[in-house]
Design a protein around this ligand. Structure first.
Ligand SMILES: Nc1nc2c(c(=O)[nH]1)N[C@H]1C(S)=C(S)[C@@H](COP(=O)(O)O)O[C@H]1N2
Ligand SMILES: [Mo]
Length: 400
């Protein structure tokens, strides 16, 4: 369990040091993105982060896919990173840091980390996934960060309930939203700070939390040290990092990141055809996904041999009800065995066995159904921002 001493004692280590150029690109990784840049350098530019496949314009660090085969709680140093603005603080002073709470409240708060950590501790395992995870596979292609499938991660988060902090400030009647912002600022003064808001009831649901640790360790600076918001079941865009300001609003938030960015078509799965004109709404809850992690596309399997297939699934805004496996491109399905349930918002391990029947080419598939009865679609969902992809993944293999 994370103690105050442990977190506050991390002060000296909280700095984000760029390593010298000698640690630059050593090798490249192949990304199977249609018509995209298909190879990127693997670099290690950040201390306390592993070697990465790094975009050059902003810190977009994507988790290498093989990491997901090693367990449902990937190490913090492998957790993906996404910031909107390229200027990220390199150091946070834990002695002077304050979390301010103001707006439509009875009393303003300015909490030190010690004061915050004195509130009751809350823990939950939850998947953080970028809305644009897998955007690089969209066809027709769309603009935005060209992620593969690695803009997601699962961790056990420790911290305090957002509700407990709001209760201390005393939310006044008439409050409608809670606006969350962090220490990061845009590079030019007239660009919008990254700010997100949650409806007041959601902010007080006792699951939305302010985390100071992931997997028992302080947050890496790039994942929001010293505090970040965790919104179980919702896309990462709401998981504000380096949280320093909470404002209770008595009007709906109309800031750029709520009104103009992160909008999805108001259709099932946010799925439309290019050119369709539909009502747009703010993105919110995640949908179910599953990935086979131990067999790569293009593998040749041993015909007739008992073959293990394993992977990870998550239900999105609720738990995993079942995962089915198909050894034959979706013609037949059988239930996979589910691993331990570590909490409904987290990754769930699954595995199945089969005997590759012949030497014919075939396609392996996994399909997750969540506790709300929502199943991954056979055909890719599409929208112009490249959000919420969750088609059943296909792994073409042969057997000899
Ligand atoms: N302060 C701040 N918080 C932020 C962002 C940001 O740009 N600034 N990006 C959001 C987005 S879009 C995502 S997907 C998640 C990524 O979290 P991670 O970097 O810890 O993986 O952080 C969210 N929180
Ligand atoms: Mo994101």
């Amino acid at each position: 369990m994370i103690t105050r001493r442990r977190l506050l004692g991390e002060a000296g280590l909280a700095g984000l040091a760029m390593l010298s150029s000698s640690a630059r690109a050593e090798t490249t990784v192949k990304l199977a993105l249609p018509d995209g840049v298909d190879a990127r350098p693997i670099t290690r530019p950040f201390r306390r982060k592993a070697r990465w496949c790094c975009s050059t314009t902003a810190p977009l660090l994507e988790t290498p896919f093989e990491v997901f085969d090693r367990g449902v709680l990937p190490p913090n140093e492998r957790f993906f990173v996404r910031w909107h603005w390229p200027l990220i603080l390199k150091r946070v002073n834990v002695d002077t840091f304050r979390l301010n709470v103001h707006g439509h409240v009875d009393r303003m708060l300015s909490l030190s980390l010690e004061e915050l950590m004195a509130l009751p501790q809350f823990e939950i395992a939850a998947v953080n996934q970028c809305s644009g995870n897998s955007r690089g596979f969209f066809e027709p292609r769309v603009a935005g960060g060209e992620w593969g499938n690695g803009a997601m991660g699962n961790a056990r988060w420790s911290g305090v309930r957002l509700k407990d902090v709001l209760d201390r400030a005393g939310v006044k009647t008439g409050a409608v939203e809670v606006r969350l912002s962090g220490l990061d600022a845009p590079p030019v003064a007239d660009a919008p700070r990254f700010i997100k808001s949650l409806a007041i009831d959601h902010a007080r649901d006792s699951e939305v939390m302010i985390a100071y640790a992931m997997n028992g360790n302080p947050l890496p600076l790039l994942n929001g040290f010293p505090l970040r918001v965790v919104v179980p079941g919702w896309y990462g865009t709401y998981w504000v990092k380096m949280l320093s300001d909470i404002e209770v609003l008595d009007q709906p938030d109309t800031n750029f990141w709520m009104k103009s960015a992160y909008l999805i078509p108001d259709t099932p799965g946010a799925d439309i055809k290019p050119g369709d004109n539909v009502k747009m709404v703010p993105i919110s809850r995640m949908n179910p996904r599953s990935f086979i992690t131990n067999i790569k596309a293009g593998s040749t399997l041993h015909a007739g041999a008992s073959t293990l297939v394993r992977g990870i699934a998550f239900g999105g805004d609720t738990g995993v009800k079942r995962v089915d496996f198909s050894p034959d491109g979706g013609n037949t399905w059988e239930a996979a065995r589910l691993g331990k349930d570590e909490g409904k918002y987290g990754f769930r391990h699954f595995e199945a066995r089969f005997r590759p029947a012949s030497t014919r080419a075939t396609t392996l598939m996994a399909r997750c159904t969540n506790d709300n009865g929502v199943t991954q679609p056979d055909r890719p969902n599409w929208n112009p921002a490249g959000f919420m992809r969750n088609v059943i993944e296909s792994i073409p293999v042969s057997a000899a």
